[in-house]
Design a protein. Structure first.
Length: 285
């Protein structure tokens, strides 16, 4: 059993480093408890990501980046490596935990639901409407105002990959996207093989960074496919290098079916945490 979690690519303010590390470590522990209790890789990855969605320091769920009009539009995805099942949501405005909505989509016929359709599906599945204003934190507002003033966009995403006791793999990813993004913009997170991918016999990946470039490079699929010939670190670096040749930075966590894993980034920093029978740890590098 293995769980690996990331808290997003991008520079972390020094005064927040300890809290960010504590956050990814706690998310790791949340996922590990699911695995240790006999739960599936899918449920472990979802549990870890849902924890980070509820943590206001991360760009997912509560605390998500705000779009150009100053409100949250969240994306999330879950992939089950055993079945190649995929559930994604995009542009979600009124759900507290988009990753749990993506988990519901995984069990339904669609692969991806967006905007109003995602909200309607949430109500059908018993996920209550959530006040969009409650997703906005003071820190997110400050980042949005600064981004508008300086004409720059920060990014960030959270994600998890897991290997359960039955050898099943899964990946889960959630994001508020770019700060001050255009309304309706969708990044790599909810796209199959772009920000999220898992496949039995190979591995699972969750990516973070500049989504337009990660999507064009299909970094999550590229990294997982690379495990057929490379170790996790080399496969992850090759995938990210492809995105960098297109002009984008980012990071990803990659877990192989034999339990080996890597956390690699071309961005300034990426927080991550891991646990396996061999040990546990958390880092911000």
């Amino acid at each position: 059993m293995v769980i690996v979690v990331h808290g997003g690519a991008g520079r972390v303010a020094p005064e927040l480093e300890e809290a960010v590390l504590e956050g990814v470590a706690a998310a790791r522990d949340r996922g590990w408890r699911v695995l240790a209790g006999g739960g599936s890789a899918v449920e472990a990855a979802v549990a870890a990501v849902a924890y980070l969605e509820d943590h206001p320091l991360f760009n997912a769920g509560t605390g998500s980046a705000l779009n150009r009009q100053g409100f949250v539009e969240a994306d999330a995805a879950v992939m089950d490596g055993a079945t190649l099942g995929f559930g994604g949501v995009a542009g979600v405005r009124d759900v507290k935990n988009p990753i749990r909505l993506a988990r519901e989509v995984l069990d339904a016929e669609p692969v991806l639901l967006a905007g109003e359709g995602a909200s309607l599906f949430a109500r059908e599945r018993g996920i209550p409407a959530y006040d969009p204003a409650a997703l906005v934190t003071e820190r997110a507002l400050e980042r949005w105002r600064e981004a508008r003033r300086r004409k720059v966009r920060g990014s960030g995403t959270v994600g998890a990959v897991a290997l359960d006791a039955r050898g099943r793999l899964a990946a889960a990813t959630s994001t508020g996207g770019l700060v001050d993004k255009p309304v309706g913009r969708v990044g790599d997170t909810p796209l199959v093989g772009a920000g999220t991918y898992a496949e039995a016999g190979l591995g699972a990946a969750s990516a973070t960074g500049e989504g337009e470039y990660l999507a064009r490079a299909l970094v999550a699929f590229r990294a997982v496919a690379g495990l057929a010939e490379l170790g996790p670190e080399a496969a992850a670096r090759r995938a990210l290098e492809r995105a960098r040749t297109l002009g984008g930075e980012g990071g990803l966590i990659l877990l192989a079916t034999d339990g080996r894993f890597a956390a690699v980034h071309t961005s300034p920093q990426m927080s991550h945490a891991w646990r396996s029978p061999k040990g546990e740890g958390a880092a911000l590098s």
